[in-house]
Design a protein around this ligand. Sequence first.
Ligand code: ATP
Length: 455
Amino acid sequence: MKKIVSLSKRRGFVYPGSQIYGGLANTWDYGPLGTMLMKNIRDSWWTLFITQRRDMFPLDSGILMSPRVWEASGHTSTFNDMLIDCRNCKLRTRADHLIEEHFEEKKEEIKVEGLSSQDLADIIQNHGIVCPKCKKIDWTAPRAFNLLFETNIGIVPENQSKAYLRGETAQGIFVNFKQVVESMRPKLPFGIGQIGKSFRNEITKGNFVFRTLEFEQAEIEYFFDPEQDDWRKLFNSWKDKMQTFVVDELGIDKAKLRWRKHTDDERSHYSRHTEDLDYKFPFGYKELWGIAYRTDFDLKQHMEESGQDLRYLDPQTNKKLVPHVIEPAVGVNRLFLMVLVDAYTEEEKRTVLKLKPSLAPYVAAIFPLLGNKPELKEKAKAIYDKLQKYFSVTIDERGNIGKRYFAQDEIGTPLCITVDFETLTDGAVTIRERDTMAQSRVAIDKIVDYINDIL
Ligand code: ATP
């Protein structure tokens, strides 16, 4: 992880947040290359799950919503982490993380999800778990802290009203369900998907962008009539699609994925069945993507809280029903971290990000063989101008060609295109392939086809 964090900072993928002010814990900013990689990941999710499906509708709901949304969804009462403080050194941590780490060190497994604060306190006491910072045992009782970020709407303090930054994008979908049905007239089963920022006041273990206060979610709510469609079938078909996306679209090693069912204790209050697609990160198998059968819980809660009829009228049978829903929800930043980790490869003489070509920030880098020869520079610039109309490409004239290759390998650029003196007479360039380092001679007017082929 250290190497990936350092490469990310050095090469402009991810920077520590607010760095000139000494940083702000668990915040990160995406640099130029990270922004491009994020966009490519986001776009491929969007293409597969929205653009290429007739039964999916996009949405872009607000980060700020009526606080009643979060009352109805249960987030104000149950969206909690159990925190515990060391009275001696003031370390504040999550009680479940403290216990898990203690057992991990002993190479033993323990399940703590869904345990009450008393259960957690008992485990900590019975196993004599010490503070990881000061090594003393002087814990407060675990206490529930709500994860929603509070803010105020209104400028004048007396007239301010409390609001929350959304804790998940899903609620924006439920709240707009009726309006989407009325304006788009979709037939069940259909889905609504959106990508956007969510916020959670989390205590984290500091695993880079794995868990942050502010993150981006890509969520789908797939609505269906439980009398017409079997939820298990839909659930399994969504599981297949999630895995296909990860393996085929993001190019991830299938051997590093596993499915895990939530136990009854850990499952969220709204879900009848939940499974996680886990990826083997350097810090262990962790949730990448969750899929939950949320039943009609959310729409019913919003019907009750808002007093509005959110039922769906089946135009064929005239039946009114509250649709059930299956929710595949993923963090785009977690996809990003997985893509970086999976692509990071150290070879004897170089470090290579073996990114899928369609995800790489630049698909090709164009080099004049020598940076001080105007005729080579001019030709390279002409090729760059042509290619950048179709692809994300870059041009590099600095240093020797070997160094330029390695610099592009490190940021995952699949192709390097070199303009040399022969180019001026034969109208061809040398294309060097990132993973094999094989070189071939390609006519300038065939470069676009060549790139399209590798994409
Ligand atoms: P976790 O158990 O890791 O806290 P969760 O089960 O609370 O996640 P969901 O509410 O199901 O997560 O959110 C869906 C997805 O959003 C998760 O699978 C994860 O990819 C992402 N996610 C959730 N919390 C964070 C966070 N704090 N930072 C980055 N991504 C997150």
